[in-house]
Design a protein around this ligand. Structure first.
Ligand code: ATP
Length: 259
């Protein structure tokens, strides 16, 4: 069975796409069969993985029932991708069918055992698409920027997780909170770590022991159609993200020797 992991936080710019792209690329390099699903209308996951945006079917077409999920998946050097579409921004008003929370889970079920991992990148909001991702998922990773404002609004994610667990997907787990743009030398970052640990406890989860350090290489990688993992593999954030990939990959998919 596929492990389906959604990278989520309704706050913008905390590193969702950075983490999702690193997971797709890192798991693919370890020989896992991996699909990245981009449900953020901004389309940044596809862009980061080198996709030519706007050239084929998208997850929007799939959810509308206009094409099969198989026909919309695009293989890339870094793993398969189901690209996003700006039209997803009106999904909340457009998709009104009963059971609309299950649209994505239903479509992913057609893939059977084709993938070991499906990684879903989400928009900075808690809308119908985010709920669809939570309903389809086995686990969530919540990236947070290591600053106070990043913690504001976290209770809304908690409420959404509770709703999904109570009504749609009782098995949904929070795999962990992932602190990003972390500066271990700042006292503030230590205070943030304490707060993040309290939040994680409320979610029955933990803060990943590895924090993602800040580096400009992360911001430069998407312009080259790459995750920071391949764009700047020895940079601090790439090393940190490799740790997270290792945790997700487990013993089944160790890092190949030449990587
Ligand atoms: N560790 C880091 N060091 C430096 N810059 C980073 C780091 N992580 C992310 N960034 C930069 O921060 C910005 C936001 O990152 P990203 O797009 O991954 O966040 P997001 O949560 O997906 O955003 P959105 O909510 O808009 O979808 C990008 O410019 C990215 O390059």
């Amino acid at each position: 069975m596929s492990q389906i992991i959604t990278v989520t936080n309704q706050k913008g710019g905390v590193g969702k796409t950075t983490v999702a792209a690193a997971l797709v690329c890192g798991l693919h390099r370890r020989g896992a069969r991996v699909l990245g699903v981009d449900i953020d209308p901004q389309g940044n996951l596809g862009f980061t993985l080198g996709l030519d945006i706007g050239s084929g079917h998208t997850v929007y077409d799939v959810l509308k029932g206009a094409c099969s999920i198989e026909s919309a998946i695009v293989p890339t050097e870094y793993g398969d991708v189901l690209p996003s579409d700006i039209m997803l921004s009106i999904a909340d008003v457009e998709f009104t069918a009963p059971q609309r929370e299950f649209m994505l889970a239903h479509q992913l079920s057609f893939l059977g055992d084709r993938y070991d991992f499906i990684i879903i990148d989400t928009p900075p909001s808690l809308n119908l698409l985010t709920i669809n991702a939570y309903v389809a998922s086995t686990g969530l990773i919540i990236p947070m920027e290591a600053e106070v404002l990043s913690l504001v609004g976290i209770s809304q994610i908690q409420d959404t997780i509770d709703t999904v667990r109570n009504s749609f997907n009782a098995e949904l787990k929070v795999l962990g909170i992932l602190l990003n743009k972390f500066n271990p030398r700042l006292t503030l970052s230590k205070d943030i770590l304490d707060l993040a640990e309290q939040i994680a406890e409320q979610l029955n989860s933990h803060v990943f022991p590895t924090k993602i350090r800040r580096s400009v290489s992360v911001a430069m990688a998407p312009a080259h159609g790459q995750s920071v993992l391949t764009y700047s593999p020895s940079s601090k954030p790439a090393l940190d993200l490799q740790d997270i990939v290792s945790i997700v990959a487990g013993d089944r998919f160790p890092l190949p020797k030449q990587a």
